[in-house]
Write a protein that binds this ligand. Structure first.
Ligand SMILES: O=P(O)(O)OC[C@H]1O[C@H](O[C@H]2O[C@H](CO)[C@@H](O)[C@H](O)[C@H]2O)[C@H](O)[C@@H](O)[C@@H]1O
Length: 907
């Protein structure tokens, strides 16, 4: 059995050795290296006003940032100084930053010719201004122009597999940890190389790369054209999904958030993944798909492999339905996800949003455990990812880390360090952080010369207005408060290597995360782990300032300094609090946070999700596969004959009579049904109830000639006991009146736009019938919008809108056929006299039904049987394989009537 781990980027990619590389850092010979003292890592500052104080003193030689050394220069090197980061170990910061796609000099350039993202045009004025002002660190968009010679060079160059510097570090670390812990044996990654590959098309290179990855690294490479990948990743993912999932609706006039051509590329890349998996899948394999780049893959695979075991995990946040519904392709995205058997989110909030969104947009039934589709149940869970303390512990013992610690200790002696490492995009809130820090320095002069904010900012790909805005703030703060010996902000607009990262986390006094939204934030976990004082005892148990809008925050129980990143004053105060907090308080807080971090590990997350997937799949499969036996007439007859107090609860339409015309009072009495019921009731040991979604008066009219019959109307909102004349309203009438007042105008609105549709008002429910509408297609769209509208507007009123056959039914959540059946059973118990105290009020219960509402009654009845509250329980569904009932009857209504008739005649 293989586990396929599918994420957009493979953990590996390839690096080409190209002729003619002229870049200094690549041309150092071994000899030169031996003589030339290692240079400190370049500090890319957007500010030229003063020399960086980060440059180490000559007597303390910092370790050199490790680089791989291509043997030859790169003829296609960009002149913009784009710096390549070569990770030297398998591990990396859990929250890695993704480099811009196609940006590496030792990989082919993209052939995609789609226009650069809109925000480049929008920010072009800012960009131009910034360039005029001579700012460094702002790069122009890289040219996409390639030549034939470019392709030839790559086609003949040698290459090797290296660790990729893009992708989800948290996922990769978790998988490696699970494998190390012996919980994951046979697994295969499925993903792209994270580089343009058009240049390799038709070459032996491509085949060799694919084969090497498959045979030596257990990785299946997905290839798509540069154009498709660019449209998928740079456009649809980055400009639509990423902002929307993080609550930023692109709403400028040029935005195509509501409808965008890049959708088709998203579909194509998802299809390429699905095809690759389908080609390689064998029975018993597990498919686990990751993140927002691949939302359609579960559905695409399900179409081809109905039996497959598919899990999906979303690493980023899932927004409120109000935000999600802005996406033009909202239905397609949700339906894609629902191809999975189990869908996981980081925290409960995202799970709740997803359930509500599906119930509103797709009008499917949501329960706290998941979503009931027509033919399947999809389980929905939350399970937060974590870090890998074992490998973190190992790596921080490395000499490089210790060297960097010594460098920093010397450099920042006597200073308090607030550190951070974030991707530079709007969502991560770097701008807000700098503003809060500025406010902190303005308000607290006593801290001005003692505090340094070290902000590592990872490029999010393209230069934006945000680059310029952040640079402006850095300049302002530094020019306000710096002096010859002090620089309040050290702004590194580049990534740092893993050793520097670990040193930074260990020496910090506080970590400050101000994301406006974020799935988790594993940097905080790594920081807390590094603050145990093991490798740097001088400082330990530092404070964590953490945005309340991160998933991580919901795990930490406010032991961190929780902040709202939009509240600059609060953030500034939190910095002060972090720096002035007593050591005791720091330790107390840290200990609690540390416990969370070491218990909720990546390895635990990984194995927990996979075992949940196994359980969930088995449960669903058992249900699907379970052969629900045909009702055995002889067995039922024997039980019936032995029973003294029998209760029948029988569904009406579809069970006792064929479905009647919708929205009409039933015109004819189904005579045979009435005869059978009357025959059953001739035996005094029998109590019979008919349950229905119909109104009380309709049922009265139909069953007026069956005295002593009990009735349940409007799916449990009304009850009329056997032999009684009066109906009892089970539901709270004032609550019903209130929500009806809200729902009616909404239905009216859609009715006016749907010729041929009708509204039916029942006492406790409302129906929007569109079966007879003039244009059924458009009517069903209107109906579904109507349902979402109702669900949105009446969220707090304990009602839901559901799609039923040709109609939208709006009904209360608190009264169902099951609550009514339970009431009937309780009443029968209450009527027992004291002599009968030791006897069961009912010793034979038979429930027959055909619909979704009846399933709840089957479940309830079966539980009475298994708890031995009733000796014999018989639950019968008409024909459905996926049922809670213990038996089926395939001959429809006449089968039910024959069965009841035989029982009645045997009395
Ligand atoms: O930038 P992308 O290539 O589109 O990838 C998105 C981000 O994926 C990873 O972060 C997400 O997963 C983390 C682990 O589950 C979670 O902590 C984080 O909140 C999510 O956003 C990756 O670490 C980021 O660098 C990527 O930007």
């Amino acid at each position: 059995m293989t586990v396929f781990i599918c994420s957009l980027f493979l953990p590996k990619t390839v690096q080409f050795n190209l002729p003619g590389n002229s870049r200094r850092r690549h041309t150092l010979s071994k000899r030169q290296k031996a003589f030339e003292p290692p240079k400190p890592p370049p500090v890319v500052s957007t500010v030229d006003v003063q020399p960086s104080l980060f440059t180490p003193r000559p007597d303390i030689t910092p370790p050199h940032t490790p680089v791989d050394e291509p043997t030859s220069p790169d003829p296609f090197a960009n002149e913009d100084g784009f710096r390549i980061h070569f990770p030297h170990s398998d591990n990396s910061p859990a929250d890695k930053g993704s480099k811009s796609w196609g940006g590496r000099a030792d990989q082919p350039k993209s052939r995609a010719s789609t226009p650069p993202p809109a925000d480049i045009f929008e920010s072009s004025r800012t960009l131009q201004k910034a360039t005029e002002m001579g700012r460094r660190g702002i790069v122009k968009p890289r040219s996409l122009i390639r030549s034939e010679s470019h392709d030839k060079v790559f086609a003949s160059a040698s290459w090797r597999v290296i660790n990729a510097d893009q992708g989800n570090g948290g996922l990769r670390n978790a998988a490696m940890a699970a494998a190390r812990d012996g919980k994951l044996s046979d697994y295969t990654w499925v993903g792209t190389l994270g580089m343009p590959t058009d240049a390799l098309e038709g070459t032996q290179q491509k085949q060799d790369i694919e084969d090497t990855l498959a045979t030596e690294h257990d990785m299946l490479a997905v290839f798509c054209s540069d154009k498709d990948f660019d449209g998928h990743y740079s456009h649809f993912c980055k400009q639509m999904l990423w902002p929307v999932f993080h609550y930023q609706i692109p709403d400028n006039p040029k935005s195509k958030a509501y409808e965008d051509h890049s959708w088709k590329y998203y579909v194509k890349v998802n299809q390429a993944f699905a095809d690759k998996i389908v080609q390689n899948w064998k029975r018993g394999d597990v498919i686990w798909i990751h993140d927002y780049h691949l939302l359609l893959v579960p559905g695409m695979i399900r179409k081809k492999l109905p039996e497959a075991k598919i899990g999906f995990f979303l690493h980023v946040a899932f927004p409120s339905s109000e935000v999600f519904r802005c996406l033009a392709v909202r239905k397609e995205l949700l339906e894609g996800m629902l191809g999975a058997n189990l869908i996981g989110f980081q925290i409960q909030e995202y799970t709740r949003h997803f359930l509500l969104t599906c119930s509103r947009i797709l009008t499917v039934e949501a329960t706290p455990e998941g979503l009931q589709l027509e033919d399947r149940f999809v389980e929905v869970v939350h399970n937060a990812i974590g870090i890998d303390p074992v490998s973190l512990n190992k790596h921080r013992e490395e000499t490089e880390v210790k060297k960097w610690l010594a460098v920093m200790q010397e450099r920042y002696q006597g200073k308090r360090l607030i550190v951070a490492r974030d991707k530079l995009d709007h969502v991560r809130g770097v701008r807000q952080k700098l503003l809060a820090y500025e406010l902190f320095l303005n308000k607290n002069p006593e801290w001005r010369e003692n505090t340094v904010l070290i902000q590592v900012a990872l490029s999010s790909g393209e230069p934006t207005e945000l680059d310029a805005a952040v640079s402006d703030i850095v300049t302002r703060v530094n020019s306000s408060w710096a002096n010859l010996a002090y620089q309040p902000v050290v702004y590194l607009k580049q990534d740092i290597d893993y050793a520097q990262y670990l040193a930074l986390l260990s020496i910090a006094d506080a970590l400050m995360i101000t994301s406006q939204r974020e799935g988790m934030n594993l940097t905080s976990h790594e920081y807390l782990f590094c603050q145990d004082g093991k490798i740097f005892p001088d400082k330990k148990h530092g404070s964590l300032i953490l945005s309340e809008f991160t998933g991580t925050s919901s795990l930490f129980g406010k032991n961190e300094l929780s902040v709202n990143p939009w509240d600059y004053r609060q953030c500034a105060d939190a910095i002060k609090q972090a720096l002035e907090m007593s050591q005791e308080e720091k330790t107390r807080r840290w200990e609690k946070l540390y416990q969370c971090v070491v218990h909720q590990t990546g390895s635990h997350w990984f194995t927990e999700f996979l075992s949940h997937l196994d359980r969930s799949y088995e449960e669903q499969h058992k249900r699907d596969q379970t052969y629900v036996p045909r009702l055995s007439m002889s067995s039922v007859s024997a039980k019936y004959a032995n029973a003294q107090r029998r209760l029948f609860i029988l569904d009406y339409e579809g069970t006792l009579v064929s479905w009647g015309p919708v929205n009409q009072i039933i015109p004819v009495s189904p005579q045979r049904t009435l005869d059978v019921l009357n025959d059953l009731l001739l035996d005094e040991r029998n109590t019979v109830y008919v349950m229905s979604g119909r109104r009380p008066e309709e049922l009265d009219r139909v069953f007026r000639r069956v005295p002593n019959l009990g009735l349940i109307a409007e799916n449990g909102c009304f009850l009329k006991d056997c032999g009684k004349e009066e109906w009892v309203e089970m539901a709270d009438a004032s609550q019903i009146t209130n929500w009806k007042e809200s729902v009616k105008p909404i239905m009216q609105y859609y009715l006016e736009r749907t010729p041929g549709a009708q509204i039916e008002e029942r006492r406790c429910s409302l129906l929007f019938h569109y079966n007879n509408a003039e244009d059924y297609e458009s009517a069903s769209r209107q109906a579904s919008d109507c349902a979402s509208h109702v669900n949105d507007a009446c969220e707090s009123q304990r009602v839901h809108a559901l799609a039923v056959d040709g109609a939208i039914l709006v009904e209360p959540l608190d009264w169902t056929k099951c609550t009514a059946a339970q009431r009937v059973f309780e009443q029968l118990g209450e009527h027992m006299n004291s002599d009968q105290a030791h006897e069961q009020p009912v010793d034979f219960l038979m429930v027959v039904g055909d619909g979704r509402e009846d399933e709840k009654v089957f479940k309830w009845a079966n539980s009475l049987g298994s708890q031995k509250q009733i000796k014999d329980v018989i639950t019968v569904s008409l024909g459905s394989r996926n049922t809670e009932a213990a038996a089926t009857l395939t001959q429809g209504v006449s089968g039910v009537l024959n069965c009841l008739q035989r029982l009645a005649s045997s009395s």
